[in-house]
Design a protein around this ligand. Structure first.
Ligand code: UDX
Length: 452
């Protein structure tokens, strides 16, 4: 394999499209391949089929420079690449918490049966521990070139909304490899990133698989930890924002991922902790990660608690109450509504009879596809007009920057639940709003300002 390997990326969804574009940006010739003709056509025409800051510009640039193309032809992909990244999805199965590996298996098989000269297959998808070993055996059995087709695992830690930045400047790289040759290929691919002194951990295949789920489980646990403290705060009159702030000054704890609120969602954390617990059970070590079930439940309880708060503000009954739901995406700067706490709350409010009007700056379309029965509007102003309760569910900057006096003129009643601790409570109270947040007393007796 050349110093400057040619790269294919199989699966050009969220992860794969970003990876393909960024590999081209690093100077490689890249071919993206997918079974989805629409997705391939969109990308080939220079359009990113989802919202991700910065990716659109980079895609156009790379297409113009001729280093990046897309295809549905797996024969072409097999001939093209020296290193083949597999970036297909591993969603939660329909009937259990286990990860559905159908796409991963068919991608590896499609490549294994077609590749005819020495190459490296690199899994990037998040998979149950042991998958890479199993795929290695499958590839060896199906490949016409046998041991010349090797397999490695290279987990991806990118965050939505920062996908380009995280891919080009990752915190660390992890290579799961079974030979020095495989390590050399990955070093060649990531040379420009390694030159920036990015930490690299070279590991065996199972460790590389485990790093990813262990990291996501840790992050989910940290969020649920502070949200569990919010529950205790609610029972005692303590204030979870001040608590989180005080904890954050301990370097050993740190303030990141310690933001209380409506909890985690998205295409990764929820399904990853469930699949991990499921896999641990299969391996006979379910007890070791049984706490992940609690992490999941704490997370779900936040959504129910938020609905309680809205009901409380509405006077005990949601029937016929007009509620402005601000946000639908699982987090700001994303149009992703997979397992989104915001959309879930909107749905639950509507099930209790509330008239829910949803506004999200980017995710309305995806949200509408998921829950067509809710009302969607195109602006913050429209959403809050005549609202009896406003519920902030995703902390888009636009909501934090809104003027509580101006909003107060539009609503029917000045009542707001801040599900993400994103608003200036004092400002809202001064503007005549009844302001409530998770994990905070209804009326703080002493006004305390953060970070003095
Ligand atoms: C996550 C991981 O961060 C990333 O490394 C992995 O590759 C994929 O999963 P992502 O799903 O894009 O990335 O979102 P992230 O920014 O991690 O946020 C996850 C969820 O946690 C969001 O719903 C967010 O609102 C919530 N969150 C995050 C909190 O509730 N509190 C926090 O303090 C941080």
């Amino acid at each position: 394999i050349a110093e400057h390997p040619r790269i294919t990326v199989v699966g050009v969804g969220y992860l794969g499209a970003t990876h393909a574009v960024c590999m081209a940006a690093l100077g490689f010739d890249v071919l993206g391949v997918d079974v989805d003709e629409d997705k391939v056509a969109e990308l080939a025409a220079g359009r990113v089929p989802f919202f991700e800051p910065g990716l659109q510009e980079k895609l156009s640039e790379m297409l113009a420079e001729g280093r990046l193309s897309f295809t549905t032809d797996f024969d072409r992909a097999a001939d093209f690449g020296d290193v083949h990244f597999v970036c297909v999805g591993t969603p939660q199965s329909d009937d259990s918490d286990a990860a559905d590996l159908t796409f991963v298996e068919s991608a590896f098989e499609a490549l294994a049966t077609r590749i005819r000269s020495k190459a490296l297959l690199v899994g990037k998808s998040t998979v149950p521990i042991g998958t890479a070993d199993r795929l290695t055996r499958m590839v060896a059995a199906r490949s016409p070139i046998g041991a010349d087709l090797e397999l490695a695992w290279n987990p991806e830690f990118l965050r939505e909304g920062f996908a380009v930045e995280d891919t080009l400047h990752p915190d660390r790289l992890v290579f799961g490899v079974a030979s020095e040759w495989a390590e050399r290929q990955l070093r060649a691919v990531y040379a420009p990133i390694l030159e920036e002194d990015t930490p690299l951990v070279v590991a065996d295949l199972p460790t590389a698989e485990l790093v990813k789920v262990a990291a996501n489980s840790f992050l989910a646990t940290k969020i649920s930890y502070i949200n569990a403290m919010a529950e205790v705060c609610e029972a005692t009159g303590a204030d979870v924002d001040l608590l989180a702030e005080a904890l954050s000054f301990d370097d050993r704890i740190g303030g990141r991922f310690l933001k209380p609120g409506l909890g985690f969602g998205g295409g990764c954390l929820p399904k990853d902790i469930r699949a991990f617990a499921h896999r641990a059970d299969e391996l006979g070590v379910g007890d070791a990660v049984a706490f992940l079930h609690e992490v999941d439940e704490i997370n779900t309880r936040r959504r129910l608690r938020l609905v309680d708060l809205v009901r409380e503000l509405a006077g005990g009954d949601l029937e016929g109450t007009r509620v402005a739901a601000l946000g639908a995406a699982f987090k700001p700067n994303s149009d992703d509504v997979r397992d989104a706490p915001a959309l879930d709350v909107a749905r639950m409010l509507s099930l209790e009879g509330a008239e829910v009007v949803v506004y999200d700056p980017e995710a309305n379309e995806n949200a509408h596809r998921t829950y067509p029965d809710l009302d969607y509007v195109d602006s913050l102003e429209e959403a809050v007009t005549d609202a009896e309760v406003v519920a902030l569910l995703t902390e888009w900057d636009e909501f934090g920057e809104a003027d509580p006096f101006a909003l107060g003129e539009l609503v029917n009643t000045r009542r707001i639940v801040d599900g993400r601790h994103a608003l200036d409570a004092d400002k809202y109270r001064d503007a005549g709003w009844e302001y409530r947040a998770l994990g905070q007393p209804a009326e703080p007796e002493v006004r305390v300002s953060l970070a003095r």
